[in-house]
Each structure stands twice: as C-alpha cells, then as structure tokens.
Design a protein around this ligand. Structure first.
Ligand code: CUK
Ligand code: CUA
Length: 623
C-alpha cells in the first residue's frame, strides 16, 4: 500500500514511549545531515516525549462544524476544539449571555479558511480570523485565551468563501463572496442575474484593543463566483488577488454550464487606493456599507484571464508572483506581479468587463506548469528554498516544483484527494520549509471503519529534503478545509484571567455573594470555588437558589480559584443549560424559570477530589 507503513510506526513509537532505541521502519531519511530530522526514523520525527511540547500549533478550520480545531505539529495530536460559529455544551459557548449574543441565534456555521494576524507579512500569533460561508459572518479568536472574541455579520454578501485572509499588517481582513446575489439578499428573479446580482468583497477592520470588528468598505464586482484569494506581500503588499468561476453567468446546473469558457478571470485590486477613494467619498451607502462600484469609480481593479475554473491563487513568499491552480485545466499558472503592474501603467488592456479593464494574458503570465498525468490542482504552499507544493485533488498527490523554472522535483501519493495543504509558516514571507500537512477529503481504507461515512484525514509530510517523505497520517473531524501552522513560541496564552474587582457583576469574596430581586428579575452574584457554589453566604443554605415560576434569572458566576486549569462548570438539570467559568473569569447565564419544580445544579467540569460534591439546588416555586 504505497507509502503506508510510516503511519503504523507512529503507533509503535507511542508504545515504546521513552526508550532510546527505535528500529528504522521507514524507508530512511535522505538528503542533508544539517536538518535536525536528518537521522531520525519517521516514528521519531512525530514522537514528542512527555514533558516536551510540539514545535508548532496548527489552527485548522472545522468546516460545517463551525469550530476551530487546534493540533500540535509534528505529533498531530489534537489539543482543543475552540467553538466559533456554533454552540458547544462542553464549554458552555453559546449558553452564557455574552457568547449567546455573539452567535445571534445561529446554530451552525461553515468555517473554511483560518487566517492568523500578521505583522510585516509574518504571523504574529495574536488572533486568528474565521469565515462563515453559510451565514456571512466573520469571527476573531483571541490566541491569548483561545476564545472567540467577536463575531460580525456582513451585509450584502453571498457567502464569504474566498476569505479570510489578512493584508500584511492586518490592516484588513478580506472576505470575498462566493455566490453572487442581489444586494441585501433582496428578491430578484434568476432571469435578471446579469443586471441584478452582484459579487461583493468585504474589507473588514479589527481593533486589537477593543477586540471588535468594523466593516471598512465593500467592493462591488461582476456577478461571477469567487473562489479563493490572497493578499500580496512586500512589493505587492497593497494588492489582493482572487479567482473567479462561472463567468458564464450560469444560473442552473453549474457543473456543466459554469465550465463552458476556456478562461475565467483573476481579479487583482489595490486595497490601499480603494481605501483612499472611500475616504474621498467615492462610494454609495448600501445597507449600512460603503460600497465602491467599478462601473462608476475607475481604476484600482483589474482582471486577468486564467485557465478555466481556477480554484486557489497564492502569492509567493516574496510577493513577486501569484500562482493560480486550475481545477478543470490541470495547470499551475504563474503570473508576474511586475508584468501586471507594467500592463496597468501602460493601460495595456484587451477588454473591459463591468467597468474592469482586462490585462493581456500572454504578457502577464510567466509560465504554465503542467505535470504529466497530474489532475485537479487546488492550492499552493511554499518552503524556504524557492519551491511550491501543489495539492492534486483528482490524482491524489502533492507535487513539489521549482517556482523559478517550473521544474518538477518530486511527487508523493496522498490518501486521498487532498484539498489544501498547509506548510509551517506557509503563508508568511518566510516559510520554515520543514513540514507540510496535506488536508484530505477522503480516507477510504486508511482507518478502522466507523460506518459508511469515514473520517477526513491529515497527512504529515517531511519537506526538509529534496524528496518529500510521508511521515504520519491521522483521522480528523470534518472538515479540514484549511489550516495555518505557526511556531509555538509565537502564541502566548495567559495562565488565568486576572482578578479584576471592577469587572461588572464579579464577586471575589464570600461575604459579597448575594441574591437580589428587582421585580420579576432575580440576580445571583455567586462564586464557584473548589468545591462549592456560593450564591449567598449569609443564607442557611448558600448553594440553594429559590425563585418563582416565570422569574427571569441571571446567574453571575465568578471562578475565584486563581489557579491554572481549574475550570468550573454549571449545569442545571432539565433546563438544557450548562456553562463554564475558567479561573478568574465571570460569566452570566440568563434564563426564564418557566418550569416549576426541584432541579439539581452541579459542576460539570472535573475540578477536585470533591467535584462530585460541588452541587446545589434550583427550586422553582409554582405560580
Ligand atoms: S476550499 Cu479549496 S479545498 Cu473552501 Cu479552501 Cu476546500
Ligand atoms: Cu467545580 Cu467540578
């Protein structure tokens, strides 16, 4: 079975634990002895002994689970599920007031492309941004706490699939739409597709102090579909690119009707110039957004023909080129940013589409790379030696090739059907060139069967030598669309939430706990600590909460255990409620006590030897 044995060696490594000797099950390392993996077996490469940590975090999209999955690389161990667009009973996300408000009633999201905040085109490890293709939302996860800090809904959009990606100093988080749609989602017959439907790119601002999003401006584009996008770096730092498909304006049976034209387009636009135009008032206000319309505001937006129905497009680490992958044409097409700028300067246009000048393909294209027998290129990643790595969905492989010459250097089979791959520090100006993780759509025979639907998978590939080496494979939850891999020491989490006496609704000493009634509202200012709840220390039973049927209850709970990893949960029987307070955190749970009766309350997060005793009662007196 092809390159398969290394997966088994990972298990063996686990069993051998700390023993020094590892049999060499692998085909053996090759290439330079200078890299630290050079003399290791595949089992040793993924083995992280107890007490040591992985070198990298991998932040992976959870697809239609709406969540963010966090892995360690190279061990590929899963560290955490961070809920972003969907409620999560395990952490009470979407149950407590603040997160419930943030979710805005949605119970699902479709997260495709995580984007770590950048400073000077390098990941800075502060935030990771997420797109919700299903419900037009953007989210920010604070990497100090691995908690979702803000979510914003975008007006005028039709599914921001082609985002998120950030400009090189996180000036903007970019969200291009997938479906064209009438602005505001208004009704318009599909017969009016070309005139009434629009593509939109949202340019979103994020304030890292207040941790809040704001919509900077939007760009109106032709009613095409937008697939994937990237921001420039260095010389191209003011520009963004995106691929398009369905330039045929098909409104039904897209499989056939959107695959007619030999060429679709890459859209190239200058976000800095457009920002100035918005500041000059050259926009229309539509549904609360400042929208630039290229049929009225000229310049700064261009189109370049590209082989039919492209999928990904990625700037090279130095920002001098961008590479498009054609899912129907088995080509990687390299475009020169410099040549594109020359054509713009000379107004060397062949055509105009919806007010957007079209640049000549032959003059801007630098090279087409067409590896024999390769089918379905989707996305490109990079190393530190001038090589690109393309995932081939249909021929199930990763192809390594030289950007300067187009020379194919190596090919490795993937099991099976990779979408994206993710290289260590792969979207920065300086990729690390040691690890590549292939994010696979189909697992088929790779693992024990769990039914007709098999897990998705990830495969770890050592790319530190000329020949790629498949090192490890692991099953993962759906769906790893994309991931970014960041050096572990760039992420600085806080050990606990700082004690803050001024924090609204917080209580830090037992004497201050209390239950206050205001009309039919009951406010509990309580404490969670090992191993009890205190709602009112002065009461005969401090862990009893009695209210009247129909009362609106607010439980403000502060965890006063200022101790690493001591999290308390708070579940109420039969009320379908559970939330948590991490060390030093205050959270509020709001609910209406509409059911009369006696309802046990208990801590849901194992916190001490007497965790089982950490309980109380909610008593609801009948009307
Ligand atoms: S898309 Cu290309 S395989 Cu959503 Cu990034 Cu999934
Ligand atoms: Cu607190 Cu278990």
């Amino acid at each position: 079975m092809k390159n398969w044995i290394p997966a088994a060696t990972g298990l063996v490594a686990g069993a051998l634990a700390a023993t020094v000797f590892f049999a060499d099950f692998s085909s053996g390392p090759s290439g330079s002895a200078t890299n630290e993996n050079a003399n290791k077996t595949n089992a040793e490469k993924v083995y992280v002994p107890y007490g040591e940590h992985d070198d990298y975090y991998m932040l992976s999209s959870g697809g239609h689970s709406g969540q963010l999955f966090v892995y360690g690389v190279p061990s590929m161990r899963k560290l955490r599920t961070v809920p972003v667009f969907t409620p999560d009973p395990a952490t009470g996300y979407g149950f407590d007031d603040a997160t419930k408000k943030m979710l805005g009633g949605f119970t699902w999201g479709d997260f495709h492309h995580p984007a770590i905040s950048e400073t000077d085109a390098e990941y800075d490890g502060k935030f990771v941004f997420a797109n919700d293709v299903a419900n037009n939302r953007i989210a920010a996860v604070d990497l100090k706490t691995f908690h979702t800090a803000d979510i914003m809904s975008m007006p005028n959009m039709g599914g921001p699939h082609a985002g998120t990606f950030v400009t090189q100093n996180t000036e903007y988080i970019v969200m291009p739409t997938r479906f064209s749609r009438p602005l505001g989602g208004d009704y318009a017959s599909l017969d009016q597709f070309e005139e009434k439907y629009k593509g939109i790119v949202s340019m979103v601002k994020f304030d890292q102090e207040t941790k809040k999003f704001d919509l900077g401006y939007q760009i109106m584009l032709p009613p095409w579909s937008y697939d994937l996008s990237d921001a420039g770096k260095k010389v191209s730092g003011d520009w963004i690119v995106m691929t398009t498909y369905n330039t045929e304006f098909a409104t039904t049976n897209l499989e056939i009707n959107a695959s007619q034209n030999d060429r679709d387009y890459i859209v190239l636009l200058n976000w800095k110039e457009l920002e100035k135009k918005v500041a000059d008032g050259q926009y229309e206000e539509i549904n609360g957004a400042k929208v630039i319309d290229p049929t009225k505001v000229k310049g700064s937006i261009y189109a370049i023909p590209v082989a039919k129905s492209p999928h990904g497009v990625d700037f090279t680490p130095d920002g001098t080129r961008f590479i498009a992958s054609g899912k129907l044409a088995p080509l990687m097409t390299i475009f020169s940013f410099e040549k594109a700028m020359e054509a713009v300067k000379n107004e060397d246009f062949t055509d105009e589409k919806f007010g957007i000048p079209v640049l000549p393909y032959d003059k801007v294209m630098e090279r087409e790379v067409d590896p024999p027998g390769a089918l379905g290129p989707l996305h490109t990643q990079y190393d530190d030696k001038g090589n690109a790595y393309n995932t081939m969905f249909i021929s199930s492989e990763v192809i390594k090739w030289k950007i300067d010459t187009g020379e194919i250097i190596d090919r490795t089979p993937i099991h099976y059907s990779p979408g994206h791959s993710s290289a260590a520090e792969g979207d920065t100006a300086s990729p690390d060139g040691n690890w590549l993780v292939s994010l696979n759509k189909i697992a088929k025979d790779a693992f024990l069967s769990v039914g007709p639907s098999h897990p998705e998978s990830m495969e770890l590939i050592d790319i530190s030598n000329d020949k790629m080496e498949l090192v490890y494979t692991n099953p993962v939850d759906p769906e790893p669309h994309y991931a970014q891999i960041i050096k572990a020491d760039k992420i600085k989490t806080i050990p606990i939430y700082e004690k803050d006496e001024k924090r609204p609704n917080s209580v830090w000493s037992q004497e201050d706990t209390r239950i206050e009634r205001k009309g039919n509202e009951v406010h509990v200012y309580g404490i969670a600590m090992r191993s009890k709840f205190i709602f009112d220390a002065k009461s005969k039973r401090p862990d009893e909460l009695t209210v009247k049927q129909g009362d609106k209850v607010f439980i403000h709970l502060t965890n006063i255990d200022l101790d690493q990893d001591i999290t308390h949960g708070f579940g109420i029987m039969d009320y379908n409620l559970n939330y948590e307070v991490q060390p030093g955190q205050t959270n509020t749970l709001e609910f209406t006590a509409d059911k009369a009766g006696t309802f046990p309350i208990y801590c849901t997060n194992f916190c001490s030897a007497l965790h089982q005793e950490m309980s109380g009662y909610l008593l609801v007196e009948p009307k």
